[in-house]
Design a protein around this ligand. Structure first.
Ligand code: ADE
Length: 247
């Protein structure tokens, strides 16, 4: 079960967002734990500052090494006290310069016991502390946000929902987009006709094999149209196994 520790200057933002809905329920039931550690609480600056100008000049402020390192150490030393051993914890720095986050990475990280997220702000963080503590630099996409909190929340959500027990049966992680490399097929609920639009007849047939075949076909069509890159990947993998693909 992963314990998520988020080092941030905005703990309320993270806690509020991640203690709601499905993740809130999972925290309550003890399936996962999520804590936010306020980096500002660890500064030795008497005015509570955590940032300073960059050497060499240039616009903007940089988060300093000391408060980030001490916040990190507080989390690790608590773990060491609890487990009485040398823990190797992944420390993920959220940055547009990192590897792009994807479902496969979420799957891999869901198997970790402890995960520390480090959220940057301003112009970033002093390189020396990054070199010393960070194991993974991850971006959530090719755009720049004002801070690392939203990326950390995105990643925690994507990872946590893969932890056994976080989703209930009706929220299953197995059938949706990316679970098998395809986008999800279209879905319908009552009524049968809405605004003159009819639910596809096959879904009302009660023939599960036919429904499954239709859904796979729809997923393939959708993926080919919207994400040809994913479709190519799927096609290559499945051609090797089945020899052919109909779509
Ligand atoms: N911090 C700012 N922008 C980011 C992004 N796209 N991914 C991860 N961290 C970020």
């Amino acid at each position: 079960m992963p314990n998520f520790h988020i080092l941030t200057l905005f703990p309320e933002m993270v806690m509020q967002g991640l203690h709601t809905s499905i993740l809130g329920r999972a925290v309550k039931s003890g399936t996962i734990s999520i804590e936010a550690v306020n980096i500002r609480d660890y500064t030795t600056n008497k005015h509570g500052r955590v940032d300073d100008y960059t050497y060499g000049g240039g616009a903007g402020m940089l988060m300093q090494a000391q408060p980030v390192y001490d916040a990190y150490r507080s989390v690790v030393s608590r773990m060491e006290q609890k487990d009485d051993k040398n823990i190797k914890t992944r420390v993920i720095y959220t940055t547009p310069q990192g590897k792009i986050f994807c479902q496969e990475m979420a799957q891999e990280l869901a198997g970790e016991e402890e995960l520390i997220f480090l959220c940057g702000h301003y112009e970033g963080i002093d390189e020396r502390v990054l070199q010393e503590i960070v194991t993974d630099e991850i971006s959530i996409g090719d755009y720049v946000l004002t801070g690392g909190e939203l990326p950390a929340m995105v990643m925690v959500d994507a990872i946590a929902r893969l932890v056994p027990g976080v989703l209930h049966n009706e929220e299953s992680a197995g059938t949706e987009s990316f679970a098998d490399g395809l986008l999800e097929y279209p879905q319908y609920s009552r009524p049968e006709i809405w605004h003159d639009r009819q639910v596809p007849q096959i879904l009302l047939s009660g023939d599960h094999a036919k429904v499954d075949a239709w859904r796979l076909e729809q997923a393939l069509i959708r993926t080919k149209e919207r994400r040809p890159d994913l479709y190519e990947k799927y096609r290559k993998a499945h051609q090797a196994v089945e020899g052919k693909l109909t779509i």
